[in-house]
Design a protein around this ligand. Structure first.
Ligand SMILES: Cc1ncc(COP(=O)(O)O)c(C=O)c1O
Length: 988
């Protein structure tokens, strides 16, 4: 199902009617609106969810009183008979999911937008927070659409309070309220109070006279007729007397301004704003993404191609997957109502309050929570700052002081440097810039003086289905060529690897280098700084965890290298050698699937810095957490020995309170097994049978990593936690930050999936493109992104001029044509000479219902061979073919060659993989093109072959067969069961 985003069209003004409470007269207001709007053109009314008898349904009421001028369309999407709240009424029926409700609502509005309907009124049920069929508040359920609200206030006793409360609930969720309507009650006079309240907030309010009372008791036919007559008269009078015309003019204007604003924002931003990390010289307004709003993992972005000039009926906004998790901050989704409420509560309680020498509950509770839950017993003191850079700046100050105090160095006389890894990034304040080696980021910064030594290090990635530890050229002599592993779990099995030959080489090399630097060159080091596992901004470098672990171990177990000091008592929590700072600004707090990234290395840092995910992505806040011994280095009778550092907004109460809630939520999710589905699927893709539950996993599928790793254009690929990263071969340059190799892929993702109504906003780091999920990302949304990525990435070889002659990847464009078939085809002309000789064909499906369909293979003479597809995983004796998780390939157990073979397998997340072979044989005068199956089960094909996949009863002869095309006929479940189709070159 397509992700649903904000619904906005130039041609259609759609509004949502919310009520301050149930029974405040929403349907009467809707009827009045629809009646008045119908004088201005076609108008649609939708009741997405209705309960109670059909006859009393709100859409019927609206239809009854507005149908006369022929301009009104009415619709109810989901009807439940019981006259109770939808979540109760839905219990006895098959309940549509919230995304189904949203999708059908969006689809209805979208159809109207292209069929001349000028206005639409969407009426909710009950009050603002009345639950929808799945029990979620309507205000949350409909939020992704962000329809402007026509708010029906409550004119009854107590109505002022309920109206203002409901209004604030809508504001808190990011709704815009276009107008307020209510009934005049001359005794309670709510309309007068509310008029003044809403006028101050620039929201027009219109009060109608009270509607006639409905007949009481059993409704007989004649009383129904009488009621109808009375209501008809009421509607006619109000239409004539009230100021509803001006109100409609006003909301029409608001719609015009909303779109005008969006049309002009990029140009105005181009004039007014100096962007971060941006060379403005060649920048154009069109390069600026206009984000209208955001919800969950998606921005709602302005589609500049939506046709400002020609009154186009194209949607003005599109759902754009926030592929960088908004610079790696998002954890609990944009517009998260719980975090918004928490922030509002803290704002109401504190605003911002002074922190030096003071304390407030949010800062204290958060500090205690972090100390308790980060699992590092060294850490005892929490220092607050506002962002990752300042958090790291403080960490460096702490560590250097501790080292100078212990080793008796005078830093005003001799420079104290830091030890780190090449490609590190710790922020953009000048102090932490000095902690990174010279690079594009800092080489033009006038005050930059890199102060350190940075090790080259081996990196991890998958290529051709194998996890590889790649050693950089300059280290091969010392460390060897690297190694291959079956699974990421094996790579993270540090206790076993530490004793290996490679582990020994790492330790020896690190120790030799340090001795040389310190003893021969006289360098003084004051801290070891590392980003555990992933070096983000330096290019998503996945460091071999064993190298990082060895570095920490060598530093700690050889303190004599760095200086001489007599320590009164060396406790298990005191630092040794150098204070170790873990910069977990990016990698911490579940970004990599675990609470801390330090836990992957099994090393307790002396100072840990957390930021990005700390507040779930809502408010800037950072913590630098230090050990007691580091803290003690600042104790003295001199004020000047104290850590003289602080920020105006330090320990911002709103930030701390939001952080406390978001960290708690993420811990809850972990404890409640929220990510178990992802964990299970990675576990089944892993070959490590001993691996028990706490392994390495990602929200991105192992299949994605596997399939892309075979592409010729891909240097390497990996996924861990919420991070997916792909390094593209840079044919023109050397890779790195200045490379433009990933730009093409970025553009393809930005072009998006037209049918699926979404695209992807991504950031690239030279030849690296990465994508990031949040902790709340839905598997089905990520799957869509994966399919888009596979299409975008595996496709360009096929269509580019440089199709690699030695194999590569083929993307088979999937589309549903008029005959409801899904076809994949690539240029038949170039096929014969360019098709790789070995490949696997992967069908992506999120629907297990595709099992049992027949597979029909057809050669270029339209000869069909049929076999039934069957999932083979989990069967004791795999039928002919099975998926070998060791090699990541489909292999056959059949020893018979020169025979037809069909295979279909189902593995994690219903992603299906199929491949089949046809023998070279002359049988009954039929020529079968030649296929061979190698001993390892890999498959070699010549050219001029076609394949089809259909249910038993489908006449495959109707297929559209071109040499080299693939046709998937209508299948038992329908073509919508297929999400994508990829052919991946098998490694030779
Ligand atoms: C590892 C690391 N440290 C520090 C920083 C700086 O954080 P901020 O941008 O919040 O200043 C970043 C930012 O990306 C980072 O990735």
């Amino acid at each position: 199902m397509a992700p649903v985003g904000a619904a906005l069209w130039r041609t259609l003004r759609a509004h949502q009617v919310y009520g301050a409470n149930t029974d405040v007269g929403k349907t009467i207001v809707s009827t009045l609106l629809v009646k008045a709007l119908s004088d201005r053109g076609k108008v649609g009314f939708i009741k997405p969810v209705s309960t109670g008898s059909l006859d009393d349904a709100d859409d019927r009421h609206v239809e009854r009183f507005t149908a006369s001028n022929g301009n009104v369309l009415t619709k109810c999407l989901y009807q439940f008979d019981e006259p109770v709240s939808p979540h109760i009424a839905a219990r006895s029926k098959v309940t549509p999911s919230d995304s189904e409700i949203l999708n059908s609502l969006y689809t209805s509005l979208s159809c109207w937008s292209t069929s001349g309907v000028k206005n639409a009124v969407v009426e909710t049920a009950g009050g603002v927070h009345s639950p929808g069929p799945n029990g979620n508040s309507q205000a949350d359920l409909y939020r992704p659409l962000r329809l402007p609200v026509i708010f029906v206030a409550d004119s009854r006793l107590g109505g002022i309070s309920s109206s203002i409360s409901a209004f604030e609930s809508l504001l808190l969720r990011g709704y815009d309220i276009d107008s307020v309507l209510l009934f005049r009650d001359d005794y309670y006079q709510n309309h007068e109070y509310l008029q003044s309240y809403f006028t101050k907030r620039n929201i027009p309010l219109l009060a109608f006279s009270q509607p006639p009372l409905r007949p009481e008791g059993a409704i007989m036919a004649d009383s129904r007729a009488q009621d109808h007559e009375v209501m008809e008269a009421y509607y006619t009078t109000i239409a004539a007397q009230s100021d509803i015309g001006s109100l409609l003019d006003e909301i029409e204007q608001r719609h015009v301004y909303r779109i005008k604003d969006l049309d002009s924002m990029s140009t105005r931003a181009y004039e007014a704003i100096w962007y971060p990390f941006t060379q403005h010289q060649d920048m154009q307004p069109k390069d600026i993404t206009v984000i209208e709003s955001a919800h969950g993992d998606f921005f709602q972005t302005f589609d500049a191609n939506s046709g400002a000039q020609d009154g186009s009926d194209a949607p003005v906004l599109q759902s754009t997957f926030d592929g960088s998790a908004s610079w790696w901050t998002q954890g609990l989704g944009h517009g998260n109502p719980e975090l918004a409420l928490t922030a509002a509560h803290a704002a109401g309680k504190y605003g911002h309050v002074m922190f030096a020498g003071a304390v407030h509950k949010p800062a204290l509770t958060l500090a205690e929570l972090l100390l308790k839950s980060l699992g590092n017993e060294r850490l005892q003191k929490v220092f607050y700052t506002d962002n990752g850079s300042t958090g790291m700046e403080v960490a460096v100050k702490m560590a250097l002081r501790a080292a100078c105090v212990r080793y008796g160095w005078d830093s005003s006389k001799e420079e104290v440097k830091i030890l780190g890894l090449k490609g590190s990034y710790h922020g953009d304040t000048i102090g932490v810039m000095d902690c990174s080696e010279p690079s594009t980021f800092n080489k033009k910064v006038e005050w930059y003086r890199g102060k350190g030594y940075w090790f080259d290090f081996p990196t991890i990635g998958m290529k051709h289905g194998k996890w590889r530890v790649s050693v950089p050229e300059v280290l091969i002599q010392d460390l060897g060529e690297g190694e291959e592993f079956d699974s990421l779990n094996d790579i993270f099995d540090l206790e076993s690897r530490a004793g290996s030959a490679l582990g020994q080489r790492y330790s020896n090399y690190i120790k030799d280098t340090l001795e040389q630097l310190v003893q021969e060159q006289g360098v003084k080091f004051g801290a070891l700084i590392m980003e555990p596992v992933l070096l983000g901004a330096g290019g998503m470098l996945f460091a071999d965890p064993l190298f990082q672990r060895s570095l920490a171990d060598v530093v700690r177990s050889n303190p004599e290298i760095f200086g001489t000091a007599s320590i009164a008592s060396q406790t298990t929590t005191n630092w040794s050698g150098l204070p170790i700072i873990f910069d977990e600004v990016f990698t911490g707090l579940y970004r990599l699937g675990r609470r801390t990234s330090a836990s992957f290395l099994n090393v307790d840092a002396d100072i840990a810095v957390h930021a990005k995910l700390l507040t779930g992505g809502l408010i800037p806040l950072a913590v630098t957490i230090a050990s007691k011994e580091i803290f003690d280095s600042f104790l003295s009778s001199e004020k000047s020995d104290a850590l003289l550092h602080g920020h105006s907004y330090t320990a911002h109460a709103i930030g701390c309170q939001v952080a406390e809630v978001s960290v708690t939520r993420m811990i809850d999710m972990e404890n409640q097994g929220h990510w178990n589905g992802f964990k299970r699927s990675w576990k089944s893709a892993s070959n490590n049978s001993a691996e028990q539950g706490n392994g390495i996993w990602s929200q991105w599928s192992a299949d994605l990593v596997q399939s892309l790793s075979g592409a010729e254009c891909v240097e390497s690929v990996f996924a861990i936690g919420s991070v997916f990263s792909i390094t593209l071969r840079d044919l023109d340059g050397q890779g790195g930050y200045t490379s433009t190799a990933a730009k093409g892929l970025q553009q393809k993702l930005a072009n998006g999936d037209a049918a699926g109504r979404f695209n992807v906003h991504s950031r690239v780091l030279g030849n690296v493109l990465y994508l990031m999920a949040s902790m709340t990302s839905k598997p089905e949304d990520l799957k869509k992104i994966e399919v888009l990525l596979q299409g975008a990435l595996l496709g360009w070889n096929c269509h580019g001029t440089a199709y690699p002659p030695d194999g590569g990847c083929i993307w088979l464009h999937s589309m549903i044509d008029g005959t409801s078939r899904l076809k994949g085809a690539y240029s038949s002309a170039s096929l014969a000479s360019e098709v790789p000789s070995q490949f696997n064909l992967i069908i992506l499906s999120s629907d297990p219902g595709i099992n049992g369909s027949a597979l029909i293979a057809t050669n270029d003479e339209e000869i069909d061979i049929e076999g039934v597809l069957q999932p083979v995983e989990g069967q004791e004796t795999p039928a002919i073919f099975y998926f070998d998780s060791k090699t990541g390939r489909l292999v056959t157990t059949s020893e018979t060659s020169y025979q037809e073979r069909f295979a279909y397998t189902l593995y994690s997340n219903y992603t299906s993989s199929l491949r089949f072979d046809i023998a070279s044989d002359i049988s009954g005068g039929i020529y079968y093109p030649k296929f061979t199956v190698a001993a390892d089960g890999s498959f070699s094909a010549g050219s001029n072959l076609t394949w089809a996949w259909c249910p038993d009863d489908f006449d495959a002869g109707n297929g559209y067969y071109l040499p080299g095309s693939i046709t998937l006929g209508a299948i038992a479940k329908g073509c919508e069961a297929i999400d994508g189709l990829v052919a991946v070159a098998a490694s030779s």
